[in-house]
Ligand binder design. Sequence first.
Ligand code: SF4
Length: 347
Amino acid sequence: MRTNEPVPDDPVLEVSDLSVGFEGFDGYADVVSDVDLSVGRGEVVTIVGETGCGKSVTTKAITGLLEEPPAHVSGTVTYDGTDLFSLSDEERAALNGDGIGMVFQDPMSSLNPVFELGEQLADTVQFGGTSPDGPLSYLRRRYSRSARSEARDRVREILTQVQMPDPDGAMDSYPNELSGGMCQRALIAQALLNEPDLLIADEPGTALDVTIHDKILSLLDDLIEDREMSILMITHNLGVARKLSDRIYIMYGGRIVESGTTAEIFEAPKHPYTQGLLASMPRLSDEPMAGGISGSVPEYEDPPEGCRFHPRCPYADEACRSEQPPAKAFSETASTECVRYALEDPG
Ligand code: SF4
């Protein structure tokens, strides 16, 4: 478990009241509701929840990757004091890559299959998230020998840092000639090329087999130690969250249902969903596994009234079915949304 647990009094990223819905054939899907979160400078923050809880939609809304419509995004996202939702598409594109780096979930489909790796990463160095000012400007910069050579040197350097085997060979290869682990390293390298202040990592390594996944997580751990970068990570794996995070947000049904430092979440989980997730973790012991969570995540076109977790919660009662539970704070960093804690003694 990480030990430095700063309270973000000067957050690099602050999200308030973020809601996202989608128009669909089956009606309006209310996928993310009233999300508040923050990431401090140099802090590693993780959003944890089952598949389908709204984690990836939340980060796509933060990075401006949702097309509106069919998406409807509201709320406020502030990066380093700038309101991201007030930026033009060009200003937003310039920020993505240079200020905010993103590591996508599926390494095999996130690289361009028709360019050699070295070429696409050198483009990232030279052009970042910005579109060049027209084709002539692009060609002038792209075919300037000295600029290109510097960009390729930078690519080689960062590929070495992410422990890519044979960086020169990888640069001359197309993505389909690389293994899944190499593609994941390439994506992490791409996100780090322009030294962003904030890295958003969506389930890094999950699509890979378990040994490569572990290597990718160790690599991220080393990079976190080496760089003063803020990281917002998504995972459904509590072990990963415990190893890498300073603070954790637990997400269920599109809402943040509990938040706290890693120690607060693992040593004193409050929300029944968090308790169920922890009880679902496999342990090396002869004891039979306790609990877990029955059922599945809600349909977002017709979510349950009141607390969205009530159809799966062993403590649900009438109050849970009729009203959205208020958030209750337990410390500067810990809070949970559950009616049991609105009572004086939850028992
Ligand atoms: Fe369970 Fe009720 Fe708390 Fe929701 S509000 S988590 S249903 S006890």
